[in-house]
Design a protein around this ligand. Sequence first.
Ligand code: C5P
Length: 311
Amino acid sequence: MSKPQRSVTVRVPAKVNVQLAVGPPRPDGFHDLANVFLAVDIHDRVTATPGAPAAPGTPRVSCTGPGSDRVPLDAGNLAVRAAVLLAAHHGRDPDVHLHIDKDIPVAGGMAGGSADAAGALLACDALWGTATPRAELLALCAELGSDVPFALVGGAALGLGRGERLTGLPVGGTFHWVFALADGGLATPDVYRACDRLRGRSPVPAPAADPALLAALEAGDARALAAALTNDLQPAALSLRPALADTLAAGEKAGALAGLVSGSGPTCAFLAADAAAAASLAASLADSGTCRTARATTGGVAGATTIESHA
Ligand code: C5P
């Protein structure tokens, strides 16, 4: 046990998938992946304070920030599920109030819900003084969702299995990204289903990480990384949201090294050569009329980090 706290705030990054190779559907409904994650400098903040439950065994949760009206505030909230899971793991009550200050686009394919789950685990662990070993925290993350372990570790990593079996990857420099945010979201299960539908009966190779992409990450070489970006979910996301093709075309016309749909979409991600190119690309995209807004940022960045703790 460590000393319980009165309030703990954790910041957790969004991610972009620089490679998302998707295998055939498994009997459990998931897909085997070769999923290369990169954490980017867009963060949610999760604050845990002691509080009476909303209902027996269910923590109270509140949410502010863009799109927060679309975040469920019941037992289905991934941060709430994280607090309940950690409390059960330690045989205690989940008597906590969670506040989520969102900056990661909601249902945008940038793992915002997963980030909130990882943030809630870390914040509750410090609040309660339960000092859960890292390996146990990672196992709890994997129970909560395929992308949750990566939100805890950050940086860059290859995720195998459903994406939860992580190996950290070296990153040799800062990459400059622009994210074009869309109105509304896309539901991840719908996008995977569309992917299966579009593939029909064609054989699907076993997913594997691309050595050229891993080398580009390690070298910090934006042009080489741009040449290697792939997302097997992109055709599916475009089939559900055809207007995303206009966003991708606008980014490439405005000088992006390359663009792709981020994860299951609908956010589109563009690599830029440097910070100045990213700023001008973000301005062009914001003016293009093909997205709600665009923002420049960088990656990789650290995973979930405690930024405030009051005893
Ligand atoms: O693991 P997570 O809860 O984030 O997954 C959300 C949904 O995405 C799953 O229910 C499944 O439909 C789909 N998925 C998948 N294969 C994966 C990861 C997610 O089919 N490897």
